[in-house]
Ligand binder design. Structure first.
Ligand code: SAH
Ligand code: AVI
Length: 331
């Protein structure tokens, strides 16, 4: 573990030797040798991918960030009170933490804010966020660079805490992965702790498909960037222009299915994996799902994980929801 301490800022790096992407070889091999090829969305977020995601959040068609911000701006004081005026905010997949400032402001105003812990797989953005928040709020910041699916239990402990997972990133988990992740989060919660989750809500196909097929092509660039990550990290020879972005609403699974479609028959060499991967013309590979929720369905998912809803807030248009939960057996 590499740890840097500067006054009140600590950033622990819990990535496997070789960096965030070093565990990717086996994972990518498994995903690309299945009959229906798949890649994990965690590989989107190299430096360029993080920048492209930030650009997505400002697109006119991409409503989730604005809707979640609107909830926070109206409800942050109430969220802070419902969560028992926690001293510590831990944020999973924190990114640039731009909306998080609204919550930090409310905690600061309530006089309870002592510490913030951003947790993200992308080292640069976590360091930048940790430094910015420490400077803006003059509080202890303990950043953690890790894969939150692998290293959740390493989260710095001091309470009462609220663990926040904003932006709808939970929607990028497959159902089984989501269930075990939520059960592990529940296990981390002490009697005074709460979990604050941002979830995008089910809505019309038109609105959903526009959000993931923006007219400026930023989402397409974000999606295709994963191929550049594979080229750089694994020595693959993907021609990024030989694939096109695909995103459509799947109303059975309640997710936007995000894929890359091969524009030609092609054979990709991945020397570091010792494999060649054949793509047929028109063949699609899944790169991400983005699940959308309804309150009843989410309550059932929480119950299975041992969590219960304490409070629920939506934006005025009902596009997005924030829910606050606690461990059901500690209520
Ligand atoms: N919370 C921010 C950013 C959302 S983008 C917002 O609401 O705008 C998703 C974030 O999760 C990115 O910063 C990405 O680096 C991080 N992330 C994705 N997969 C991760 C993983 N497996 N472990 C840790 N962080 C991850
Ligand atoms: C990070 N996550 C919640 C985004 C989403 O909406 O599912 C990632 C994204 N993919 C395409 N656009 C945005």
């Amino acid at each position: 573990m590499d740890s840097t301490i500067t006054n009140e800022i600590t950033v622990d790096v819990h990535l496997p030797p070789g960096g965030p992407l070093s565990g990717m070889a086996a994972d990518v091999r498994a995903g690309l040798t299945k009959p229906f090829k798949e890649l994990s969305p965690r590989y989107f977020y190299d430096e360029r991918g993080s920048e492209l995601f930030e650009a997505i959040t400002e697109l006119p068609e991409y409503y989730p960030t604005r809707a979640e911000r609107a909830i926070l701006e109206r409800q942050a004081a109430g969220i802070c009170a419902s969560a028992g005026s926690p001293t510590t905010l831990i944020e999973l997949g924190s990114g640039s933490a731009s909306k998080t400032r609204v919550l930090l402001d409310a905690m600061d105003k309530a006089g309870c804010l002592e510490a913030y812990a951003p947790v993200d797989i992308s080292e640069q953005i976590t360091r930048d966020t940790a430094e910015a928040v420490a400077a803006e709020y003059g509080i202890t910041v303990h950043g953690l660079v890790c894969d939150f699916e692998r290293d959740l239990e390493r989260i710095p402990l001091a309470g009462p805490r609220v663990i926040a997972f904003l932006g709808g990133t939970i929607g990028n988990f497959e159902p089984a992965q989501r269930a075990s992740f939520l059960a592990r989060v529940a296990n981390l919660l002490g009697p005074e702790d709460h979990f604050l989750l941002g979830t995008d809500l089910v809505k019309s196909r038109e609105v959903l498909e526009a959000a993931y097929n923006d007219s400026a092509g930023v989402t397409a660039a974000f999606n295709k960037n994963v191929l550049s990550v594979l080229n750089r990290e694994l020595g693959a020879d993907f021609d990024v222009d030989a694939f096109e972005h695909v995103a459509f609403w799947d109303d059975e699974n309640l997710w936007v299915d995000i894929r890359l479609r091969s524009l030609a028959r092609q054979l990709i060499e991945i020397p570091s994996l010792g494999i060649r991967v054949a793509f047929g013309r028109g063949e699609e590979m899944r790169t991400e799902i983005s699940t959308k929720f309804a309150r009843d369905g989410l309550a059932g998912i929480y119950a299975e994980a041992g969590l219960e809803i304490v409070d629920w807030w939506t934006d005025p248009e009902g596009l997005f929801a924030l829910s606050l939960t606690r461990r059901a057996d500690q209520a």
